[in-house]
Write a protein that binds this ligand. Structure first.
Ligand code: NDP
Ligand code: F7E
Length: 326
């Protein structure tokens, strides 16, 4: 960041010391937002501002401006976005770039203009070049071409990081960004085509077990490597960053553990208890071959993940059985 490197604390506000502070969690009904609300509630926060998409469409600039002008939240966590797996990203590029640019631009600008003390923006590991060296450090950003299946979403997320940096530099405003790896857990999207691999396979294996199917189709070749983090760990990291981090650079948030999609599918088969075969559909895209993030900067500040993939899958499957109607 050269001479503009103001990777210093802009604020001495403690987030955790002030449990009655007004905190707006945008996207609180989604996978990430709901985990953040659970975490903040456990911690004793009493003044969360929560509006569903139906109540407040964050793509509508004038509605967002009116909301911030009247509510004036003190802290803002941006977990609202147009999100989906490889198929959705590849099929709806206009939605992924336009909706995400609109939501994040409206929320970041209005939060600043209405006096929020601090904002945390969430991006994604897909911001990095397709062939970034592994594990991927934060400074790999903008060093090479993106993965084509999600470049539209990635460009929007990169714009969000840069917008936080620009507001920090110009306005001395405490906007920070976290880049989570692939997430999973309760309240995930289990859509058969538009979801991410983990919830998609959980549902497909479960339905195959219930229906007595002989085989389950899994997309691609099985060779891509992915790093998975339980969403409760991410929520813990979000609170940690709100309390401890105030810098220009975005921070990676990962588990540090990767598996091939084939290994994930085998593990899912075991957790769900499906006894048939796996069939690979190589007409479906593999996407990025590998995206293990280097999360050592966050670790050096004192944060580490707690949930193993095996325990996290078992816990998520239990939640799925209790909460998702088939
Ligand atoms: N899931 C993952 O593996 C990863 C997610 N992330 C990031 O984490 C954040 C949250 O993702 P995740 O929880 O998985 O996504 P979800 O799809 O589960 O949740 C997204 C939330 O955003 C809300 N939302 C979407 N559009 C609008 C809108 N126009 N106005 C108001 N609210 C809206 C949704 O509301 P509704 O449901 O009512 O439409 C939903 O509550 C995103 O920024 C994403 O990029 C980063 C890395 C990996
Ligand atoms: C979080 C991240 O998520 C997206 O990137 P991705 O990591 O490629 O996400 P994915 O979970 O959809 O796929 C991971 C791998 O798994 C394979 N795969 C097998 N079978 C199924 C399957 O049934 N569904 C899906 N979705 N994938 C499958 C699939 O072919 C691929 O090789 C980004 O678009 C972007 O949104 C982003 O940031």
């Amino acid at each position: 960041m050269g001479s503009q490197d103001n990777n210093v604390a802009l604020s001495s506000n403690s987030f955790l010391a002030y449990k009655s502070a007004k905190v707006f969690v945008a996207g609180h009904r989604g996978l990430v937002g709901s985990a953040i609300v659970r975490k903040l509630t456990q911690l004793g926060f009493t003044n969360l501002v929560l509006h569903s998409h139906a109540e407040l469409d964050l793509t509508r600039q004038s509605d967002v401006e009116a909301f911030f002008a009247s509510e004036k939240p003190e802290f803002v966590i941006v977990a609202a976005a147009k999100v989906g797996g490889i198929h959705a990203n590849n099929t709806y590029p206009a939605d992924f770039i336009a909706i995400n640019l609109q939501i994040q631009t409206n929320v970041i600008d209005s939060a600043y203009r209405n006096g929020a003390k601090k904002l945390l923006f969430l991006g994604s590991s897909c911001i990095y070049p397709k062939y970034a060296s592994q594990p991927i450090p934060e400074d790999a950003l903008l060093t090479g071409p993106l993965e084509p299946t999600n470049e539209w979403y990635a460009i929007a997320k990169i714009a969000g990081i840069k917008m936080c940096q620009a507001y920090r530099i110009q306005h001395k405003w405490d906007a920070i960004s976290g880049m989570p790896t692939n997430l999973y857990g309760p309240y995930d999207n289990f859509h058969p085509e538009n979801s991410h691999v983990l919830p998609a396979l959980m549902r497909r294996f479960h339905e195959a077990k219930v229906n007595g199917a002989k085989e389950v189709v899994v997309w691609g070749t099985g060779s891509p490597l992915r790093e998975f983090l339980h969403v409760d760990d991410l929520a813990d990291a979000v609170v940690f960053m709100m309390e401890k981090y105030s810098g220009l650079e975005h921070l990676n948030v990962g588990s540090g553990k990767e598996v091939t999609i084939k290994e994930l599918a085998e593990l899912m088969k075991e957790v769900v208890g499906f006894e048939g075969d796996l069939v690979w559909d190589s007409t479906k895209p593999d996407g990025t071959p590998r995206k293990l993030m280097d999360s050592s900067k966050l670790a050096s500040l004192g944060w580490t993940p707690k949930v193993s993939l095996k325990d996290g899958l078992a816990d998520t499957y239990k939640w799925y059985l209790e909460n998702v109607n088939l």
